[in-house]
Design a protein around this ligand. Structure first.
Ligand SMILES: [Fe+2]
Ligand SMILES: [Fe+2]
Length: 252
């Protein structure tokens, strides 16, 4: 079941880093974009521990291909951090040593077991899809816009990968209920703190925060449906969840 995912991440790892040339922007947009990208850069590079923990995590629904795919996924997030570091270089911005939302995400991951960490990571994918997607749409044609588009597509694949895990892992009513409670709690908390942290950027680019919140909520509900009620989807028999059913969220 996980072989295709391992192959997918092996393939995406071979891509060269995209260019990140920044466009001409008004000063307020430039400052807000630099700050937001620095915060996302700090969040992209911090997933290393789960790549070790997965070696001792045993469940009937995972195998060596899953472990390999998860490690490659972690490396892909590290690649995102490098892309954003390059983007900050183009913008003349600086990376952050730490940021309060990143500290919250990190604290959450460290305090939890593997499956709750995966839930936090899944929430981070929703946040990434939402914000990279909104910023991409707001920018004029430039290397940075294309790079954000690639990050957005990667996060969409990551979301499908984690959804496939939780679908496989929630075969009993108890586990379905536990996922539902954890997912709604963590995803809504993550969305709230990130919206708050990036409010100035949304305003600078005249992106209505309530529309961003509504799109994110639609995606959060879609994840829950795809995990808990796979039979409601026409491609339910495909555990890899491909072609990616979250792409509709990007087009919104
Ligand atoms: Fe990422
Ligand atoms: Fe991701």
């Amino acid at each position: 079941m996980w072989t295709e995912w391992r192959r997918h991440f092996e393939f995406t790892a071979t891509r060269p880093l995209p260019g990140t040339e920044a466009p001409e922007l008004p000063a307020d947009q430039w400052a807000a974009l630099s700050r937001s990208l620095a915060i996302f850069q700090a969040g992209e590079g911090g997933e290393g521990r789960i790549a070790k923990d997965i070696d001792t995590f045993e469940q009937p629904w995972i195998d060596e291909d899953y472990r390999a795919a998860l490690k490659l996924f972690v490396r892909e997030e590290g690649r995102h951090a490098r892309i954003l570091t390059n983007a900050l270089g183009e913008l003349g911005g600086k990376t952050l040593n730490e940021n309060w939302t990143e500290r919250l995400f990190l604290y959450g991951r460290r305090a939890m077991g593997i499956e709750l960490k995966l839930t936090v990571l899944t929430a981070a994918e929703v946040v990434g899809i939402t914000f990279y997607g909104e910023l991409m749409k707001a920018l004029p044609e430039c290397g940075l816009k294309s790079a954000l588009g690639q990050l957005c597509e990667d996060e969409t694949e990551h979301l499908a990968f984690h959804t496939a895990y939780f679908r496989a892992a929630t075969q009993t009513q108890l586990r379905k209920r536990a996922f539902s409670v954890a997912w709604r709690t963590i995803a809504s908390a993550a969305l709230s703190v990130v919206l708050l942290d990036h409010l100035a950027t949304l305003r600078a680019f005249r992106i209505p925060p309530d529309a961003v919140a509504a799109r994110s909520w639609a995606l959060i509900r879609e994840v829950e449906r795809n995990v808990l009620y796979p039979s409601s989807s026409p491609s339910a028999a495909e555990p890899r969840a491909k072609p990616n059913r979250f792409r509709s969220a990007l087009a919104a």
